[in-house]
Design a protein around this ligand. Sequence first.
Ligand SMILES: NC(=O)c1ccc[n+]([C@@H]2O[C@H](COP(=O)([O-])OP(=O)(O)OC[C@H]3O[C@@H](n4cnc5c(N)ncnc54)[C@H](OP(=O)(O)O)[C@@H]3O)[C@@H](O)[C@H]2O)c1
Length: 268
Amino acid sequence: MQAEPAPEAPRARPRALITGASSGLGAAFADRLARNGHDLVLVARDAGRLAEAARRAEERHGAHCAVLVADLADAADRRKVAERIEEGVDILVNGAGFGVSGSFWELGREALEDQLAVNVTAPQEFTHAAVRTMLGGNGGTVVNLSSITGLIPGRGSTYAASKAWTRYFSQGLSAALRGTGTQVMVLCPGFVRTEFHARAGIDVRQVSEGWWMDPDEVVDRCLSDVARGRTFSLPGLRNKVFISVVSRLPRPLAQRVNRMLGNAGARA
Ligand SMILES: NC(=O)c1ccc[n+]([C@@H]2O[C@H](COP(=O)([O-])OP(=O)(O)OC[C@H]3O[C@@H](n4cnc5c(N)ncnc54)[C@H](OP(=O)(O)O)[C@@H]3O)[C@@H](O)[C@H]2O)c1
């Protein structure tokens, strides 16, 4: 009979791999996790910004940082990231993501496929690599970036659907992993001050100040929910109240509210 492989010995410092680490929420996760004593593997396309984030984490928090430049719309690049995850990570943050700009019927197929690859295929492949490795070792945590948009239909189509997929995927998997020492958290932020909206061409001038959160605030909330063993994080009191009200409305009324608030027609 073949002996079970011995669990991997714990590393001196835990390691986190973060996608989307060049900007916004991913960059905030990198900073917070380095401050909490993690070494980092930082993933995105922009090599210069990743090198800068690595330098900051090393200088401020003494973290050992590696940079992995990868376009997550590209299958070969995704494979490189998955292989890095299989070498062992304690926390995986699937932070990379974007929303295409324009109506579904006006966009080219390639833009839609890239969005699907970055928002859905990459988190699925990386979570698969991480969970298998964590289960065979000392356990760990996966944080998947969904959105408040993934909780309510009507705010755009393909982007919102990708975030709903992330939520269902993560919650289903976290139920399956209960009691194993490997945890999957789904983070559902509302409006966060990052480059996301400018990149997606979303006009946010009508969104009042009270809705906005800073990336550090969102990340702190999420990591404190992780520490409490929670698997769902919806930061911000306003967001919690909004979701709780909208989810109690009859479906047609909820969709009308979302269409008004979410400028759904202009979003693919
Ligand atoms: N900001 C919000 O209000 C908000 C609310 C809810 C959910 N979210 C979600 O939070 C996540 C992070 O977004 P953010 O707000 O931090 O936006 P952001 O500032 O635009 O950051 C997006 C990150 O994703 C990376 N990325 C985009 N396309 C990529 C690709 N093809 N390959 C590799 N990396 C790629 C970008 O890096 P490079 O350009 O260097 O590749 C960047 O680091 C997204 O999944 C977004 O859907 C954001």
